[in-house]
Design a protein around this ligand. Structure first.
Ligand code: CU
Length: 153
């Protein structure tokens, strides 16, 4: 399960809900990514948690989510759910003018080796890494264990 080393380097600077870093030059069409609707249900387990979010691409070029990291967990893996069975994936495509949705019962992030158990009302800082676009930092709020978003994502 844990073949990817938890390469957590110095804490990423965190300000605001999310920050887009990286270059934005070159006139060509490229992916324009933003994150919305992120949340983590307060985990019932001391060492494992799930996380959900939506990545929207307003650009004309597809991109790929290739890694998710957080100081809060030794490892975060990305899973899809197919026919009720979850499968670890090394990347997820984000289509041009489309979106990638992680939601309860479907694609999800799995936080493993939690450094402490996140509590409702706290936030967990994530860093999303993409194949083409610069990384995004996300402040993921911790919700109740039974939280379900009202706005369909
Ligand atoms: Cu899973």
């Amino acid at each position: 399960m844990s073949r990817r080393p938890a390469a957590l380097t110095a804490a990423a600077a965190v300000t605001g809900a999310l920050a887009l870093t990286g270059c934005s030059d070159s006139g060509t069409s490229k992916a324009e990514l933003s994150v919305s609707g992120s949340y983590m249900p307060q985990p019932v387990s001391a060492d494992m948690a799930a996380g959900f979010l939506t990545i929207t691409n307003k650009g004309g070029t597809k991109d790929e989510l290739t890694a998710v990291r957080s100081e809060a967990a030794g490892q975060i893996t990305m899973h899809s759910t197919l026919g009720g069975e979850m499968r670890e994936r090394s990347s997820f495509a984000i289509p041009a003018h489309g979106r990638l949705v992680f939601r309860s019962g479907g694609n999800h992030l799995m936080f493993e080796q939690l450094r402490h158990r996140p509590k409702q009302g706290q936030t967990v800082t994530l860093k999303l890494t993409f194949a083409k676009t610069g990384p995004l930092t996300v402040e993921m709020p911790v919700k109740s264990a039974t939280y379900h978003p009202t706005t369909g994502n």
